[in-house]
Design a protein around this ligand. Structure first.
Ligand SMILES: Cc1ncc(COP(=O)(O)O)c(C=O)c1O
Length: 461
């Protein structure tokens, strides 16, 4: 495609590197430039509107523009536009936000460590797990277990923790201490006749085998998202976390809940840990923490981690970790206002009311000829595209059915997330029932288009 010289598209191609994008293809196809947002909709630079069914990157929980949050950022910048938390310095928004998070934590937590992104939060939690075991005189506990297809970010450590081979290749990653156990994708991976509970027993046994093989006293921590987001919005099958936690307790392995997507009502409770009765030692959080209006993340740590950190100060002096912008007063002030909005609109009650609407509206498409399975929790949902859903026969990957759906959805004014042949939905938490219906209608038209093309090509009966 050739763009008008000096258009935004031409300037983009000549100047920017895009993440998670085929860079060669981008030179040909160029960008989709998003010009503005309003509520759950975004508008491109030609004025076309799209409903954002995945809240950007699962993060724009309050939609795409906000006078109220802009005013808070403006006032904070006028008062104190920057200060840091190094060497005993502090600022009021960071203090108040930490207190707010401790008050709503899914289990009793002792302190909050701020960073600027979900990746940094997980990186920090990895370091804290190592720091903890050093403090306890077990520095050989260096290995970290996460799940295949899990996603925890893209710094060197966070992407090593992630179980996505496409993000490892070409970089020489993952780093050696990171191990991956099976992921609980019940629909795709259960044996004929295997119940969810039996499948979960098998997943927990696989984890235990990995721990035994690696050596239990070499393992520092286990990381998991309550619902796997970038892996395809995969909800844990019945009894999964109960059984996994029993294994972790047996070997005294720390549990870090990555709540970067699930935190703040996504699953219908304030935290995914509450939905699935997870009792983590640390919680990592970002995205909806600030409704994505400012880059900020947090690690919540429990008493035993904090005690160990205090002991390390006795030994080494400073807690020698930190980021220039961690606890940034503007980001913290915006996040604090976001928390006030969540309380005012009762975000949990809202998610409890609208979650079932999303599940029912998209659930009705289970009958569509190219849909094999639909399942989710609260306001997150995954839809499996299958050639024969009943028999779980997938499409030939060369058909690129997921990518076709991405393109067709865009044509029908719908932004969703495609993971292989899975479609993922996590709309802004302020979505209304009528907008969910609109998502479902636009999606159905896109599914029809793709099914028709596949039939024409003889790839679908
Ligand atoms: C579960 C989870 N953890 C961590 C991250 C990384 O967050 P960030 O992109 O802010 O570094 C993501 C991003 O999508 C995520 O989904």
């Amino acid at each position: 495609m050739t763009y008008i010289p000096n258009s935004l598209e031409a300037r983009d191609i000549a100047s920017l590197v895009h993440m998670q994008t085929n860079l060669r293809r981008h030179q040909e196809e160029g960008p989709l430039v998003i010009a503005r947002g309003q509520g759950c909709r975004i508008f491109d630079d030609s004025g076309r509107d799209y409903i954002e069914a995945v809240a950007g990157l699962w993060c724009a929980s309050l939609g795409f523009a906000s006078e109220r949050l802009a005013a808070v950022a403006y006032q904070q910048m006028r008062k104190l536009g920057y200060y840091h938390l190094y060497r005993h310095r502090s600022n009021e928004p960071a203090i108040e936000l930490a207190e707010t998070l401790l008050a709503i934590a899914p289990v009793p937590m002792a302190r909050v460590v701020f960073q600027c992104s979900g990746s940094e939060a997980n990186d920090t939690a990895i370091k804290l797990a190592w720091y903890y075991w050093h403090a306890l005189g077990q520095p050989q506990r260096t290995k970290i277990i996460a799940r295949s297809m899990g996603y925890h970010g893209n710094t060197c450590a966070a992407v090593s923790l992630s179980g996505k081979p496409d993000m490892h290749c070409g970089f020489g990653l993952p780093f050696a201490p990171f191990k991956h156990t099976e992921f609980p994708h019940y629909y795709r991976r259960h044996e004929p006749g295997e119940t969810e509970a039996q499948f979960s027993t098998r997943m927990a046994a696989a984890l235990e085998t990995l721990i035994e093989t690696e050596g239990p006293d070499t393992i520092a921590a286990f990381f998991a998202e309550p619902v796997m987001g970038a892996g395809g919005a995969i909800v844990p099958p019945q009894t999964y976390f109960e059984k996994v936690q029993a294994v972790l307790r047996k070997y005294n392995i720390l549990f870090v809940a990555d709540e970067v997507i699930c935190g703040f009502a996504r699953t219908g409770e304030m935290w995914g840990s509450q939905t699935y009765e997870i009792r983590p030692d640390m919680v990592t959080s970002a995205k909806a923490l600030s409704a994505a209006m400012q880059p900020i993340s947090a690690v919540l740590i429990n008493q035993r981690i904090h005690e160990a950190m205090l002991a390390q100060s006795d030994k080494y002096g400073n807690f020698a970790h930190g980021f220039t912008y961690a606890g940034h007063p503007v980001a913290a002030a915006v996040a604090l206002e976001v928390q006030k909005i969540y309380a005012e609109i009762d975000i949990v009650a809202r998610a409890k009311r609208l979650g079932p609407v999303l599940q029912a509206e998209l659930g009705r498409l289970r009958e569509h000829p190219i849909v094999g399975d639909v399942r989710g929790e609260g306001l997150i949902l995954g839809m499996e595209l299958m050639r024969e859903g009943e028999k779980r026969i997938p499409f030939d990957s060369a058909l690129n059915v997921g990518a076709r759906m991405d393109a067709a959805s865009k044509r029908h004014g719908l932004m969703l997330r495609v993971v292989g042949d899975r479609l993922v939905f996590a709309p802004p938490l302020v979505i209304e029932a009528e907008e969910i219906e609109e998502i479902s209608e636009r999606l159905e038209r896109a599914l029809d288009d793709v099914a028709q093309d596949l039939k024409r090509e003889g790839a679908l009966n």
